[in-house]
Design a protein around this ligand. Structure first.
Ligand SMILES: [Fe+2]
Length: 151
């Protein structure tokens, strides 16, 4: 379980909101594993997590690209690593159903540390990238429209 802490703030509100949602999806997945829910439920939670991660990473990568953040490329590479780890998790659940639960717990542990470190270290650089309130506003509108489409 990851608990949001104000020190995780990047100073960019809409990104912070997306990080809070990402953490929520991650926690829901972890909860379903801890509760020993079946593969269907766990798969559903993992699916939401993967979908949201993909969506959020794209948006955050665009933001860094648009503002020529020095860490933009590092961010993309870090994101790719995380996505690979989620794919690995998915493989454990759907292709190798006999995976030892210890391996799953280790991976969960690694992923939760990754999220916190990544937000603090790389995403925190956003605070120096000059994201304007006007830019943030258009991003929020876009996200809202995506939500409407998904709903
Ligand atoms: Fe990031």
């Amino acid at each position: 379980m990851i608990v949001w802490d104000d020190q995780y703030s990047t100073g960019v509100d809409y990104i912070d909101k997306q990080h809070q949602n990402l953490i929520e999806h991650f926690n829901n997945f972890v909860d379903s594993v801890h509760q020993g829910r079946g593969r269907i439920k766990i798969g559903e939670m993992l699916g939401y997590l993967q979908f949201y991660t993909e969506w959020h990473f794209k948006r955050e990568e665009s933001c860094m690209h648009d503002h020529k953040c020095p860490v933009a490329q590092d961010n993309i590479e870090a994101h790719n690593y995380f996505k690979t780890k989620l794919d690995q998790m998915s493989t454990y659940y759907f292709e190798e159903s006999d995976t030892d639960i210890g391996i799953i717990y280790d991976l969960i542990d690694e992923l939760s540390k990754w999220i916190v470190n990544h937000i603090l270290r790389i995403d925190g650089e956003l605070r120096h990238c000059g994201v304007t309130p006007a830019y943030a506003k258009t991003q929020e509108m876009d996200a809202y429209q995506d939500d409407q489409k998904a709903g």
